[in-house]
Design a protein around this ligand. Structure first.
Ligand SMILES: Cc1cc2nc3c(=O)[nH]c(=O)nc-3n(C[C@H](O)[C@H](O)[C@H](O)COP(=O)(O)OP(=O)(O)OC[C@H]3O[C@@H](n4cnc5c(N)ncnc54)[C@H](O)[C@@H]3O)c2cc1C
Length: 390
C-alpha cells in the first residue's frame, strides 16, 4: 500500500475521540493558537497557583485532560488500554518538572523503577522514560558538563545521581523494557551524554535497552552520533537513540547571545529538518548496531522514514524502529501508522495538575504558531468534524 497521503485519514486518526472530545480539542487548539491569550493565560495561571487559588479543575478540564493521561499511573490505564486496542503503545512519562530536592529525585527514580516493573507485564507499555533533571540538580549537570570540580557534598550528590541511572538501567535490562532518557538544555547535556554512554556500554551488550536522545536542532549532533557509533563498534555494544528536533530553542539562543558564545542551534528550520532527516537515515543505515525511536510530529520526516524503511527492506514491525508522538498531538501520524502495523508509542504524561504545569505551558507555547503544529491540528480536527456531519 502506498504511504503517500497516509496521514490524511482523520477517521482513523480520531477513532478514539467522541464528538464532544473532538469539539473540545478544536476549541483548545483555537485558543492556544492565539499567542497573546497563551501569554496572559501563563501569567494568570502562575499567579493563581502561587496564590493557592483553586484552579486545578479549570486546568484539568482544558489543557490537562487533552495533553495528560491523569494524575497518577492508574489514572492513565483507560487511555493506555484504549490506544493499545488501536495498536498504539504508551510510554508513561512522569512529567513533574522544576523540583530540586533529594526527596523528589528519590521519588522520581522510584517511580521509574515502578513503571519498568509495571511495563514488564503490560504489552501496551514496552518502553519507559525519565528526564535527567528528574534524577538530580541541573546545577550539578552543568558543573560536570563544564568540567568544574565538585565540593565533597556535591560529589556525594553526583554519585547518587549515577546510582539512580544505574539502578533504573539495570532493572530495564533485567525486565527487558527499553528505557528512553530525555534531553534537556545543551549546557547540561555533556554530563548526561557521558553517563548514558556509560550505561549503554554496560547494559546494551546484547541489544539496545538504554536510549539517549539526540536533539537535531543542534548542529553538532551528527558528528556526535558518528563518534558514538565508532566507540560502540570498537567496544562491542549497541546504541539506541530517540531523535527529536529539540524543545528549548529560544532558551538556547537567548543564553548563547547573553553569554557571547555561538549558538548550538542550526541556522534555520530547514537546516534542522535536514539534520534530523540525516540522523534518521544514518541510523537506518546502521540498524545492525543502532535502534531508532523517531520522536516527531513532522509529517515529511515521518514519510521519509517510511520510504527509507521500504527502500532498505526493513519490516514494518521491526522492533528496532519506533515512531513516537506526544499524547494529544499528531494522532493522524500515530493512529494511521499503527493501523498499518508500524511500531508506534505515544508519551503519556502524568502527575499532579500543578506539578505538570511547566510541561503544559511548553505544549501551549509550542502550539501558538498557526503556521506550525496548531494549523495542522486545527485543519485535521475540522476535517473530521465535517466528515462526521456529512
Ligand atoms: C515522543 C517525543 C519525545 C520528545 N522528547 C524530547 C526530548 O527528550 N527533548 C527535547 O528537547 N524535545 C523532545 N521532544 C519535543 C521535540 O523536540 C520538538 O519540540 C517537537 O516534537 C516539535 O518538533 P517536530 O519534529 O515535531 O517537528 P516540527 O514541528 O516540524 O519542528 C519544530 C521544531 O523545529 C525546530 N526549529 C523551529 N524553528 C527553527 C529555526 N528557526 N531554526 C532552527 N530550528 C528550528 C525546533 O526544534 C522546533 O521545536 C519530544 C517530542 C516527541 C514527539
Amino acid at each position: 500500500m502506498s504511504t503517500e497521503r497516509l496521514f490524511d485519514n482523520t477517521e482513523i486518526a480520531f477513532s478514539l475521540k467522541s464528538n464532544s472530545e473532538l469539539n473540545r480539542a478544536y476549541l483548545l487548539f483555537k485558543m492556544i493558537s492565539y499567542e497573546p491569550l497563551v501569554k496572559v493565560g501563563k501569567s494568570l495561571t502562575n499567579f493563581a497557583i502561587n496564590a493557592n487559588l483553586p484552579v486545578d479543575s479549570v486546568i484539568r478540564a482544558t489543557v490537562f485532560d487533552h495533553f495528560c493521561g491523569g494524575i497518577n499511573e492508574k489514572d492513565c490505564l483507560p487511555v493506555i488500554d484504549a490506544m493499545y486496542e488501536k495498536g498504539v503503545s504508551s510510554v508513561l512519562d512522569f512529567s513533574v518538572e522544576g523540583k530540586e530536592v533529594d526527596s523528589f529525585f528519590e521519588a522520581a527514580s522510584e517511580k521509574t523503577l515502578e513503571i519498568i516493573k509495571f511495563s514488564q507485564n503490560k504489552e501496551a507499555m514496552p518502553i519507559a522514560v525519565f528526564k535527567p533533571t528528574g534524577f538530580g540538580k541541573p546545577t550539578l549537570y552543568v558543573k560536570k558538563s563544564e568540567g568544574i570540580s565538585f565540593t565533597s557534598e556535591e560529589q556525594k550528590q553526583w554519585d547518587r545521581i549515577e546510582e539512580r541511572y544505574d539502578m533504573v538501567c539495570k532493572l530495564a535490562k533485567e525486565r527487558d523494557v527499553e528505557l528512553l532518557i530525555d534531553a534537556e538544555e545543551s549546557w547540561m547535556q555533556k554530563a548526561v551524554d557521558d553517563l548514558v554512554s556509560k550505561m549503554m556500554q554496560k547494559y546494551n551488550t546484547e541489544k539496545p535497552i538504554v536510549y539517549n536522545t539526540l536533539q537535531m536542532y543542534r548542529h553538532d549532533r551528527m558528528a556526535f552520533l558518528k563518534e558514538e557509533l565508532e566507540h560502540a563498534e570498537a567496544n562491542g555494544y549497541f546504541l539506541g537513540y530517540k531523535i527529536v528536533r529539540g524543545a528549548y530553542m529560544e532558551k538556547e539562543n537567548e543564553r548563547a547571545l547573553k553569554k557571547g558564545y555561538p549558538t548550538p542551534i542550526c541556522e534555520s528550520k530547514a537546516a534542522t529538518d535536514d539534520n534530523f532527516n540525516e540522523s534518521a537515515k544514518f541510523i537506518l543505515d546502521h540498524l545492525d548496531r543502532i535502534s531508532l525511536f523517531a520522536g516527531t510530529h513532522n509529517e515529511a520526516s515521518s514519510y521519509l522514514i517510511l520510504d527509507l524503511m521500504k527502500e532498505k527492506g526493513i519490516a514494518i514491525n521491526d522492533n528496532r524502529v519506533w515512531f513516537g508522538q506526544l499524547y494529544g498531538m499528531s494522532d493522524n501520524i500515530s493512529f494511521n501508522l499503527a493501523k498499518l502495523g508500524y511500531n508506534v508509542a505515544k508519551y503519556v504524561p502524568f502527575g499532579p495538575v500543578k506539578d505538570v504545569l511547566p510541561y503544559l505551558i511548553r505544549r501551549a507555547e509550542e502550539n501558538t504558531s498557526v503556521a506550525g503544529q496548531t494549523g495542522r491540528e486545527l485543519m485535521l480536527l475540522s476535517k473530521e468534524k465535517a466528515r462526521r456531519r456529512s
